[in-house]
Design a protein around this ligand. Structure first.
Ligand SMILES: Nc1ncnc2c1ncn2[C@@H]1O[C@H](COP(=O)(O)OP(=O)(O)O)[C@@H](O)[C@H]1O
Ligand SMILES: [Mg+2]
Length: 207
C-alpha cells in the first residue's frame, strides 16, 4: 500500500506538486495521466522515493519514507523502475542485461522470467539487435527481475509505436495480475484506460 499525504514540491517559484494525497492498494495497476508539464514525472519520482518532496509524507507498506535507515536497500528490495528510454547495455545480450540486475537469480530463473514475459526467443540477441518494443520489454524484465513489490514506469511507451505500446501494456497487465503494484505515467489516454484506475493530474493537483 502506498499512502501519500499532502505532497508539495517546488521547482524555483513554481509549485509543481500542489497538495496531492492518494492511496494505491497492493496489486493495483494505476495510470497517472495528464498533459505534458502537469507534474507526472515529478509525482512519480516522489512516490518512488527518488525525489524528496518539499513537504508531505509517503508511507509504503506502513513504513515512513522519511525515517528509512537504508533507502538504497529499500529501493533495491521494494521498487523497480522503467523509463522512456530503456538504458540496456548494447554490448550484452538480453539475458545478460537482465541477469546483471539480478545477481541472485540463476540462469534458469532469468530464462523463465524472459519466457513468461514473451521475450525468451530473443534472449541471446544483443540489446541493439532487437526492436524498440522488445528492448522496452527487456527493460521491464530487468526491472521486475528482483521481484519488486512496486513497479514505477515513466512514459514507458513514449518512444514506441502503437503496436509495441499495446504489447508493453499487455505485459504490465500480466505483471499486475501476478500481484505487483504498478504506477505508470503516460500521456496516452487510450493506454491509460487499460489500468485498473486512472489518476489524472493537472497543474500539480489531482483532477
Ligand atoms: N528538474 C527540474 N527543474 C526545474 N523545473 C522542473 C524540473 N523538472 C520538472 N520541472 C518543471 O515542473 C513541471 C512539471 O514537470 P514534470 O513533472 O516533468 O511533468 P510531466 O511529467 O507531466 O510532463 C514543468 O513545469 C517542468 O518544467
Ligand atoms: Mg514526464
Amino acid at each position: 500500500m502506498i499512502v501519500a499525504v499532502d505532497l508539495v514540491h517546488f521547482y524555483g517559484q513554481e509549485r509543481v506538486i500542489d497538495g496531492i494525497s492518494l492511496q494505491i492498494a497492493p496489486g493495483e495497476f494505476v495510470a497517472l495521466t495528464g498533459e505534458s508539464g502537469s507534474g507526472k514525472s515529478t509525482l512519480l519520482s516522489i512516490l518512488s522515493t527518488l525525489l524528496h518532496p518539499d513537504s508531505g509524507h509517503i508511507f509504503i507498506d506502513g513504513q515512513s519514507m522519511e525515517t528509512l535507515k537504508d533507502p538504497n536497500r529499500f529501493r533495491r528490495e521494494y521498487i523497480g523502475f522503467v523509463f522512456q528510454f530503456h538504458y540496456l547495455i548494447p554490448y550484452l545480450n538480453i539475458r545478460e542485461n537482465v541477469a546483471l540486475a539480478a545477481p541472485k537469480r540463476s540462469g534458469e530463473e532469468i530464462m523463465e522470467l524472459l519466457e513468461r514475459l514473451g521475450i525468451g526467443a530473443i534472449a541471446h540477441k544483443m540489446a541493439d539487435e532487437v526492436s524498440g518494443g522488445q528492448r522496452q520489454r527487456a527493460a521491464i524484465a530487468r526491472a521486475v527481475a528482483n521481484g519488486p513489490r512496486i513497479l514505477f514506469a515513466d512514459e514507458p511507451t513514449g518512444n514506441l509505436d502503437s503496436k509495441n505500446s499495446e504489447k508493453v501494456f499487455d505485459l504490465f497487465r500480466k505483471i499486475a495480475d501476478e500481484g505487483t503494484t504498478l504506477v505508470v505515467a503516460t500521456h496516452d489516454r487510450r493506454l491509460a484506460e487499460r489500468a485498473d484506475r486512472i489518476i489524472e493530474i493537472k497543474d500539480g493537483r489531482l483532477v
